[in-house]
Write a protein that binds this ligand. Structure first.
Ligand code: UT7
Length: 333
């Protein structure tokens, strides 16, 4: 790879997404648990979510989203220099899900790796891609946010199971005209909050055993109200920080694409940033929280629905387990 100092800007030149067909509506949970549609809709905004078939893994849905993004960018898989997959539900610890996608799509010239930043993963991935493009170290990078959260969700735990869904989104990052594309990217972490949202067993701290299985420790555990408080604070802060980095203000935002964890969190960020509701993309009602896939899918849906116009200032903002957070300010090219 050669360094090319002429490259001043990196932006998104294609997007794609894929959603599994099976829909779990709130009535599915009403029939099985002590919960109801009214509670779920009023506390979260979620009406339904998607669930991958038993035989389907994260790399499968990531592959479908990847092919769509590559087509949208008018590229061939061999054009890619790098594939980054953000996920907390990799097919397995290794090889990486990115390497499996690389094989599936025949991206023979790409290096491939996964990143683990939970729901902020797609933002982290875009931020990494931006740096490789701007240094001239890569020409085309595919960033994917993909999850099959149904595989790590305890369907007997009403505190978590109504929230999560499966899906995949992807974007191709490449050089764009100066003053376009990613104007600023900001990422942050606070590992002290790691226990608030985690998958305790199956790693090196607590390897899989009969005991961990019996105690249901291979499922997501979350302190919902603590994560909620953190989210309310960090969403606005993170967006403002990235805007400040590129000399813009919240009044400059044309479109906001927030992480889809809870409609009340989205509304709070909307209020703080003083954005009209029709300038905020929401699909949580259809898909629930898809962790790293949420912003990726939302970006593709906003793009395909022609919500983003050339020159628009678009802000992506998210937060998640780690704890992690991040935001990106884009001038849509
Ligand atoms: O992607 C990043 C990670 N995740 C998040 O961002 C999630 C952040 N947190 C949240 O979105 C919210 O905290 C939740 C939606 C998880 C919970 O909403 P809440 O308004 O914070 O409710 P709560 O946790 O304070 O619970 C209120 C009550 C509890 O009952 P008691 O103890 O007051 O009797 C819960 O047991 O609601 C109960 N509850 C439910 N009731 C019916 C919890 N889940 C359910 C449910 N159906 N599914």
């Amino acid at each position: 790879m050669m360094l090319n100092n002429e490259i001043k800007a990196a932006g998104i030149i294609g997007t794609g997404s894929y959603m599994p067909e099976t829909v779990l509506t709130n009535s599915y949970f009403e029939e099985r648990l002590d919960t109801n549609d009214e509670w779920i809709v009023s506390r979260t905004g979620i009406k339904e979510r998607r669930k991958a078939e038993e035989s389907v893994a994260t790399s499968d849905i990531a592959t479908y989203a990847a092919l769509k993004a590559i087509e949208d960018a008018n590229l061939n898989p061999e054009d890619l220099d790098m594939i980054i997959v953000a996920t907390v539900t990799p097919d397995m610890s290794f090889p990486s899900t990115a390497c499996i996608v690389q094989k599936n799509i025949g991206a023979i010239n790409a290096s491939a790796f996964d990143i683990s930043a939970a729901c902020s993963g797609f933002i982290y991935g875009l931020s990494i891609a931006e740096k490789f493009i701007k240094t001239g170290s890569a020409k085309y990078i595919l960033v994917i946010g993909a999850e099959t959260l149904s595989k790590i969700t305890d369907y007997s735990d009403r505190n978590t199971c109504v929230l999560f869904g499966d899906g995949a989104g992807a974007a191709v990052v490449s050089s764009v005209e100066e003053n376009n594309g990613i104007l600023a990217s900001y990422t942050g972490s606070d590992g002290r909050g790691g226990d608030l949202l985690k998958l305790p067993a199956g790693g090196s701290r607590m390897p899989a055993s009969m005991e961990t299985l019996a105690n249901r420790l291979h499922y997501t555990k979350m302190d919902g109200s603590e994560v909620f408080k953190f989210a309310i604070k960090i969403m606005g802060e993170a967006a403002e920080k990235a805007l400040e980095m590129c000399g813009l203000d919240k009044k400059d935002i044309d479109y906001l694409i927030p992480h889809q964890a809870n409609i009340r969190i989205i509304e709070s960020a909307t209020k703080r940033l003083k954005i009209p509701k029709d300038k905020v993309f929401v699909n949580i009602d259809k898909y629930g929280n898809m962790s790293a896939a949420s912003i990726a899918v939302a970006l593709d849906e906003a793009n395909k629905a022609n919500k983003l116009s050339k020159g628009d200032v678009v802000v992506l903002v998210g937060f998640g387990g780690g704890l992690t957070w991040g935001s990106i300010v884009l001038r849509w090219a």
